[in-house]
Ligand binder design. Structure first.
Ligand SMILES: [Zn+2]
Ligand SMILES: [Zn+2]
Length: 136
């Protein structure tokens, strides 16, 4: 079953024909600023499986690696939709809060947490998730 999702206003929708995905939380300060939340939750899928309808706006942030992290968002409602990282050229990081059908839950499983050094104090680590101080 494909993953599907949209922004808050519905102008942009997407789908991913991925049977499996990597579930990752990122606690970095760019993710905090971009979403206004304490962290991002991501369903990481192959770029080849990912299709978008509509025209998201983009913002390029330079990551700690010096490479570009391209942020895609809805220019109408502002929803943070997904990112494409130059350091991970064949994957898309879907922001899980935009997924349909309750998939924001990531099926209750978090594989890895990144930038736990920046995790807000009121959160603990997810049980069973690999804890990375930074990225990778
Ligand atoms: Zn929208
Ligand atoms: Zn991040």
């Amino acid at each position: 079953m494909p993953l599907t999702g949209s922004c808050m206003c519905g102008a942009i929708t997407y789908s991913a024909e991925a049977d499996e995905y990597i579930s990752a939380l990122c606690h970095c300060t760019d993710c905090q600023k971009w979403t206004g939340g304490a962290f991002t939750s991501n369903a990481v899928v192959p770029r080849s499986s990912f299709q978008v309808r509509g025209n998201p706006a983009t913002y390029d942030a330079v990551g700690a690696s010096g490479k570009i992290n391209k942020h895609f968002f809805c220019p109408t409602c502002g929803s943070s939709l997904y990112t494409e990282l130059e350091v991970m050229a064949d994957m898309v990081c879907i922001k899980a809060g935009t997924l349909d059908n309750g998939k924001a839950s990531l099926d209750g499983k978090v594989d890895v947490e990144f930038y736990v050094k920046d995790r807000v104090q009121y959160l603990g680590g997810c049980e069973g998730a690999k804890q990375e101080p930074r990225f990778g």
